[in-house]
Design a binder for this molecule. Structure first.
Ligand SMILES: Nc1ncnc2c1ncn2[C@@H]1O[C@H](COP(=O)(O)OP(=O)(O)OP(=O)(O)O)[C@@H](O)[C@H]1O
Ligand SMILES: [Mg+2]
Length: 770
């Protein structure tokens, strides 16, 4: 017991849960967050009725009120500080939970008859039809079993209230996540039937995004950031720009305390390789980044799964605190322990998308006793209920008897559900909530009358988003220097191998031929070494999806910052590659030629990483991504002009030649090498090399050369230049673009692919179910 209390004091040094429960019973929850009474919906100075107030104005007024006490920054967000401001709204305490049910509630999220079905592919339903026909134990009524649609939610109704935790329970596959998604507006409106209202008003999707938060089941965090940094970046994204940096910091510090993360604040999150915070702490950080703006409604999908019972209890305890600070907490949970059950206020049990029980935990005993299956003493009521449901699901009739019993009970005892009715309009309730310090969100000085339209989509302008994103990504990558070291090593090894193979090439016809080979392989290798950009976005994809789901930043900002963070390493890699190969191979052009070589290698890296980044936006699987990258780059090399000249490619393939990313840098380096009209690569008898005449004795070759000269009427000797660099370029059909044109085209490819990456993010990152 003493250990248990120790753990609790981790969260709240003032009291144990028991003491806290007593506090609540004594003072009522209202002593803590004091919901406003109907008569005084807004802080003093609000226009009567609040009809003309926009949400933006409300935020502004609240901001003005906060400005008065700048020295108390660190406490600016503590809900307790705002109780005094709303003294007039206090309903008084003393009646404990009973009061909770009968008081007027500022926020009530009500949903009724939520129904959601998905279409099954035809083939699958035929297959299932046969299988289910043979398997009556599947528990589906025949009409449902053979239907082409599957009902995931079947007429679900309920009510979640401020100050309470509303928990959705059920076996795996019962529809818990689906219900949470439906309430959090993550299912397309046209697919979902039924209504969902907040304080009697239909919920606008944009408003819900601002006043709510959705915590996913997975912990999607940057592994190398500390807990404090992670929360700070979240604050930068979600809190309005008007809030000073010190206030953002104090919000983060308050949150660290609220989440019980003080001792882990400076620890990195960690991953499989780097040891970081514990699983429970990580889950609390995940919750923290979503509640940084102190949302009014908090959705969580199984926040406790995968945690040991103490960590799970701590998480739910944190959620209870959040609820008590004036939020509605809606979560799904698999099988809560008895201690966790005590923290839940309202339960909804699902079985195959249908409600089998809804009500407070205290009601479970009576409910199952009336159903004819009393819960034995000393048994966890939820475990018993879930076991019974599973048992019933195994029978031919399924859990329909329980569903029907629950329905009839709801009809005969509607009082419980209707006890706490919201007395404030949505706008007034939000106004009052903000004045208590809630919803430190993306506010605007909007002038329209609709609360939804006065909510700004993003908290920051895009240049700030780019700055914060760049800083975060840079901080994360700089703590993993080994990744860059591996990349640099790969480029250096490639450069070393090429340098030793093509060591000091001469200006003979063979040397010229080998230079062509060096350029073709070097330029395509530049692209291949960019393949490591593939997992960069694939690893971040889930974080990106989560953050853009609540408009933390614009997708365009992400694309730009992605390019900015990725660029500096490319400069180092380009210089490293050029230094290892340029002088060793003996390329022409002196210092100017070297600088151009560095630039074209850099442009190739830029275009290559852009191409791979674009693919990572389209292909979601790493292995598939690598296969596609390798295959397409091979085609690019094939069509680059090295293996087959442009004028030899058939008309129906010529388009691919122009699409080949390798073509442009290849032609650029070729021109850099061979653009000197005085440099000679084939002299006199060298023209017979690689021909049957090449095997003849030298004297005969000179005579043949003389006779050719006589026939043509020119004097050709052993030292006459037959082919200059320009001639080689002509032979290779490199005549259309100058080397600088080729450089710009390569750079433009890099931009184009990043634009395509942006489009892929726009089209591919829908967060709603259909
Ligand atoms: N697109 C779909 N097509 C067909 N069935 C689906 C589809 N999406 C979900 N389902 C089914 O709907 C049911 C409910 O899924 P849901 O994810 O809500 O379950 P859950 O209660 O959250 O389960 P768990 O506890 O395992 O997370 C499952 O049986 C699932 O297979
Ligand atoms: Mg689920």
């Amino acid at each position: 017991m003493s250990r248990f209390v120790d753990k609790i004091s981790f969260f709240d040094r003032r009291s144990s849960p028991m003491a806290e429960a007593e506090d609540i019973a004594r003072d009522g929850l209202l002593g803590y967050h004091s919901p406003p009474a109907a008569a005084s919906p807004a802080p003093s100075g609000a226009p009567a009725g609040g009809a003309s107030i926009t949400l933006g104005q409300l935020f502004k007024r609240v901001g003005d009120a906060h400005n008065g006490d700048s020295e108390e920054d660190s406490d600016a967000f503590s809900p307790r500080d705002h109780v005094l401001e709303l003294g007039a709204f206090s309903a008084g305490g003393g009646e404990g939970d009973h009061l909770l049910d009968s008081r007027p509630l500022p926020f009530v999220l009500a949903f009724s008859n939520l129904t959601y079905s998905v279409k099954r592919p035809k083939k699958m339903s035929l297959f299932r039809k046969n299988r289910l026909a043979m398997d009556p134990a599947a528990g589906l009524v025949p009409s449902e079993a053979y239907a082409r649609t599957k009902t995931l939610l079947n007429s679900i109704s309920g009510e979640a209230r401020e100050g309470e935790i509303f928990a959705v329970l059920g076996a795996s596959g019962s529809g818990k996540s689906t219900l949470i998604d439906a309430l959090a507006n993550r299912i397309a409106r046209e697919s979902l039937q039924g209504s969902c209202t907040l304080n009697g008003e239909k919920l606008d999707g944009r408003l819900l995004k601002v006043i709510s938060a959705y915590v996913m089941q997975d912990d999607l965090l940057y592994p190398m950031l500390t807990v404090e940094e992670t929360l700070m970046f979240s604050a930068e994204f979600r809190l309005p720009r008007s809030l000073s940096a010190s206030k953002k910091k104090s919000r983060v510090q308050a949150l660290i305390d609220q989440l019980g993360l003080r001792s882990a604040a400076k620890t990195i999150i960690g991953d499989e390789i780097h040891r970081g915070v514990s699983g429970g702490e990580r889950r609390r950080v995940s919750i923290g980044i979503d509640i940084i703006h102190d949302p009014i409604i908090l959705f969580l999908d199984e926040p406790t799964s995968g945690l040991d019972s103490t960590s799970a209890f701590m998480v739910v305890k944190v959620l209870q605190r959040i609820a008590h600070s004036g939020s509605i907490v809606i979560m799904s949970v698999h099988q809560p322990s008895y201690r966790i059950l005590c923290l839940l206020d309202r339960l909804l049990f699902l079985s195959r998308g249908q409600t089998v029980f809804s009500g407070p935990p205290d009601d479970l005993h009576r409910f199952f006793a009336e159903f004819g299956h009393p819960i034995p003493d000393n048994e966890n009521p939820t475990e018993f209920a879930l076991d019974l449901i599973r048992e019933l699901e195994g029978t031919p009739a399924g859990a329909s008897s329980l569903v029907e019993f629950n329905k009839s009970r709801q009809i005969t005892q509607p009082a419980a559900a209707a006890a706490g009715k919201p007395s404030l309009s949505l706008k007034d309730a939000i106004s009052a909530s903000i004045s208590r310090g809630k919803l430190v969100s993306g506010a605007t000085e909007g002038t329209t009358t609709s609360s939804a339209s006065s909510v700004q989509k993003h908290a920051n302008p895009f240049w700030i988003e780019i700055g914060v994103l760049t800083k975060r990504s840079f901080t994360n990558t700089k703590r993993m220097p080994e990744l860059f070291a591996i990349r640099l090593g790969a480029v250096l090894v490639t450069g070393f191998i090429l340098a030793t193979i093509f060591w000091r090439l001469d200006n003979s016809p063979k040397g010229a031929q080998e230079r062509l080979g060096f350029f073709a392989i070097a330029m395509s290798t530049m692209f291949y070494t960019c393949a490591d950009a593939l997992p960069v976005f694939l690893n971040e994809r889930s974080i990106f999806m989560r953050e853009t789901a609540y408009n933390a930043y614009r997708r365009s900002s992400y694309v730009l910052s992605h390019a900015i963070v990725g660029f500096p390493p490319l400069i180092i890699l380009s210089i490293a590659f050029a230094l290892t190969t340029y002088f060793a191979v003996g390329l022409a052009g002196g210092m100017q030629g070297f600088i151009f070589f560095v630039l074209i290698v850099l442009a190739s890296f830029w275009a290559g990483s852009g191409f791979v980044t674009f693919l990572s936006g389209v292909v979601t699987n790493v292995m598939l991504g690598y296969t596609v990258v390798v295959a397409i780059l091979a085609y690019f090399l094939l069509f680059s002009g090295f293996f087959i000249n442009r004028d030899r490619i058939h008309d129906y393939w010529i388009w691919f030649h122009y699409l080949s990313l390798v073509k442009y840098p290849y032609e650029a380096v070729m021109q850099n090498e061979f653009d000197d009209p005085h440099e000679c690569f084939v002299r006199g008898v060298q023209m017979f090399d690689n021909t049957p005449l090449g095997a003849l004795p030298e004297v005969i070759k000179v005579n043949v050369l003389k006779s050719i000269g006589q026939t043509l009427g020119v004097n050709i000797t052993s030292s006459t230049c037959i082919t200059t660099g320009t001639g080689i370029l002509k032979q290779q059909s490199i005549t259309q673009l100058s080397k600088w044109d080729c450089l710009w085209v390569t750079v433009a490819w890099g931009f184009w692919f990043r634009f395509l990456f942006y489009i892929s993010l726009l089209l591919g990152s829908r967060n709603k179910r259909r």
